[in-house]
Write a protein that binds this ligand. Structure first.
Ligand code: TRP
Length: 348
């Protein structure tokens, strides 16, 4: 890894990704995608659809398959350019599996056990919050997925990883792994930086701390205007208040959304001031939010619809990007095998 390890055009590289568990929502957008769109031309960017890391593969392959297409459509819809950047299907670059195995030699189990994101997710699998659901056992693949995520990031020798806040422990693990590898063998890997989006974590429509599909509190990028309006109508808007009774801005998550998505922040400031002095009805706040969100989502929906009618184009994007990543993956693996002195036959 030298200063010269850059892509054509002198560009540094981005690797980031998302698990294909369904269509993408506003939390993905504000926490990550928006940054991806912004940075895609400045960097040589790889956007990974991490299908190896979906733990319901064994139960529901059809859903994972379908989600790969959903995610690719959302990538296109938000404006990730599939020619200037690369859409990658993880399992079609099997070098990810190989690097995961090799890195497994150097990462102590205790490092994984310390990972707070992993801990919380395991707990959720074994003891789901919703008492109706039965807990499951944690698959081995789940236990090793942070190592695979490290392998994903190191594979194109990435410099930057724009992600949501919950991914930070994984990036730290990646930096640590790169340092260990470079020190002990050969300097192959840059130490990648994390970059968290404008809205580190978006609350759900139910007021829960995190928007997620499993909590059923998400607004999807592909939701139509009427669906968005309906979801906002049903949104949690703080403790009950009488008509025009003043309220506290920080008790009403609608304001978090207005701050995140309204194009006129002066108007949001004005609403906040009025809310705390003379009071503003929730219906008015929700109407403003509906307008703002539909304004943001309309062009995204339109593009999505266009691409959905031309799935060949989507397939080409996935094919071309995966091929580009495979090429750089082969380069990296040659360097890794050389660093580890694994070229048994070549050297005899
Ligand atoms: N674990 C990430 C998530 O759940 C997805 C992911 C897989 C990823 N590999 C990655 C993110 C590499 C950044 C870099 O959203």
């Amino acid at each position: 890894m030298t200063e010269a390890d850059l892509s054509p055009g002198g560009k540094k590289r981005i690797l980031t990704g998302i698990r294909p568990t369904g269509a993408l929502h506003l939390g993905h957008y504000a926490g990550a995608l928006e940054n991806w769109v912004k940075l895609q031309h400045e960097y040589d960017a790889y956007f990974l659809i991490a299908d190896y890391q979906v733990s319901d593969y064994a139960d529901d392959i059809a859903r994972v398959r379908e989600s790969v297409w959903e995610v690719a459509l959302d990538f296109l819809a938000v404006g990730l350019d599939p020619e200037g950047s690369s859409y990658v299907i993880e399992s079609l670059v099997p070098e990810h599996a190989e690097l995961t195995t090799l890195l497994g030699w150097f990462l102590p189990v205790s490092m994984l056990e310390r990972n707070p994101t992993l801990k919380a997710e395991m707990e959720a699998i074994e003891h789901p919050e919703d008492g109706q659901k039965e807990g499951k056992s944690v698959p081995v693949a789940f236990y090793t997925y942070p190592v695979m995520q490290v392998a994903n990031i190191l594979m194109p020798r990435a410099h930057l990883v724009p992600v949501g806040e919950d991914q930070l422990p994984h990036i730290e693990l990646t930096r640590e792994t790169a340092r260990r590898f470079n020190r002990r063998f050969k300097p192959v890997f840059p130490e990648p930086e994390a970059l968290v989006g404008r809205v580190a974590r978006l609350v759900g429509t139910d007021g829960n701390a995190k928007m997620s599909k499993s909590r059923n509190n998400a607004i999807y990028l592909k939701d139509d205007a009427a669906t968005v309006a309906k979801k906002i109508k049903g949104m949690y808007a703080g403790p009950p208040r009488g008509m025009n009774e003043p309220g506290k801005v920080d008790e009403n998550p609608i304001f978090l959304y207005l701050e995140a998505f309204h194009t006129n922040q002066a108007e949001v400031q004005d609403l906040k001031a009025r809310y705390e002095s003379t009071g503003v009805g929730n219906a008015e706040l929700k109407a403003k939010l509906t307008e703002a969100l539909n304004g943001l989502l309309e062009p995204i929906r339109e593009r999505r619809q266009q691409y959905a009618q031309n799935m060949t184009r989507v397939k080409e994007a996935l094919e071309a990007g995966t091929k580009r990543e495979r090429a750089i993956a082969c380069e990296t693996m040659a360097q890794v095998r050389d660093a580890l002195d694994l070229n048994y036959l070549a050297k005899y």
